[in-house]
Design a protein around this ligand. Structure first.
Ligand SMILES: NC(=O)c1ccc[n+]([C@@H]2O[C@H](COP(=O)([O-])OP(=O)(O)OC[C@H]3O[C@@H](n4cnc5c(N)ncnc54)[C@H](OP(=O)(O)O)[C@@H]3O)[C@@H](O)[C@H]2O)c1
Length: 261
């Protein structure tokens, strides 16, 4: 099978490096002759990669086309191209609905959306998919946790949650900087903080819905430090702001994809 990446940006590179380095993926991969430094380097690093200088040729030669241009570039990029009914198109573009994509790539009808996250480069993290497609799940499942839904409105919930990255990193960095502000040596602060966040995140993996909900309670020794900290944060509105922030992103995604819920 030949996969073509229309757009050779940051997330295309992460997927390609994940596939080649972490999944020993050995089929041919075509990439656009864009972001020249990145596309040249990828072709140098992996024998199976071919840089294609025209989008039309890339689409013609590919079995699956991964659309990895920015959302406001999708219509212009796809509008000029001719797809076939035997191909699959997987769009990574945030906020571009399956209905709009399907118009632009007709007569191809096997159209999907995916949200890979940057850690996919290291074979980690969720890859949200819509609709369910076992062969696409199998590809992304080699380099992440493929999570599919058939309802595009539900897919938007994954889109909203994918906006948590900057906040998460900011929280880790803030804890570390706070230690530094109390005269701790920076490397020591980073070592402690990153290990703490990494370990706690690992404990949540694979939990059932009920077990996940009780993890916080289990840390709440009455009168203890965790209880005090959670109470302080709740009183300052930070827990509510997490939900409000997610609601705001969801509303934005729904308005761009034309969802109604
Ligand atoms: N980054 C993430 O973590 C992430 C995660 C999930 C989904 N996404 C989605 O993935 C898409 C790409 O994101 P990104 O972060 O990889 O963006 P990016 O780094 O800005 O890459 C965009 C790529 O598209 C190329 N491009 C622009 N117009 C083109 C055209 N007409 N034909 C072919 N290539 C074209 C650009 O080439 P030039 O540099 O030469 O202009 C660049 O290689 C976005 O729609 C985004 O919503 C990103």
């Amino acid at each position: 099978m030949i996969i073509g990446f229309l757009g050779t940006g940051a997330i295309s590179e992460a997927i390609i490096r994940g596939l080649c380095d972490k999944a020993n993926y050995s089929d041919r991969i075509l990439i656009s002759q864009r972001s020249p430094e990145r596309s040249t380097k990828l072709a140098l690093d992996y024998d199976q990669i071919e840089v294609v200088n025209e989008n039309a040729l890339l689409v013609e030669k590919s079995d699956w086309v991964i659309v990895a241009v920015l959302p406001d570039q999708v219509e212009a990029a796809l509008g000029k191209l001719t797809f076939r009914s035997d191909q699959k198109v997987i769009s990574l573009a945030a906020g571009i609905s399956l209905a709009r994509l399907s118009e632009w790539v007709f007569p191809c009808t096997k159209v999907s959306r995916a949200i890979p996250m940057p850690p996919i480069e290291f074979g980690m993290g969720p890859v949200a998919l819509c609709p369910q497609d076992p062969s696409i799940e199998a590809l992304f499942g080699q380099i992440g946790t493929a999570v599919s839904v058939s309802d595009e409105e539900q897919f938007n919930l994954f889109g909203a949650a994918s906006a948590l990255m900057a906040d998460y990193f900011d929280q880790v960095a803030t804890v570390s900087s706070w230690m530094e502000s109390h005269a701790m040596e920076p490397d020591t602060a980073v070592r402690y903080t990153t290990s703490l966040y990494h370990a706690l995140a690992s404990l949540t993996l694979g939990q059932t819905p009920d077990a996940l909900k009780s993890m916080s309670d289990e840390c709440l020794t009455p009168g203890g430090l965790n209880e005090q900290f959670l109470r302080t944060r709740m009183a300052s509105g930070s827990c509510d702001s997490l939900k409000t922030g997610l609601d705001d992103i969801l509303a934005r995604l729904e308005s761009s994809t034309g969802s109604t819920s």
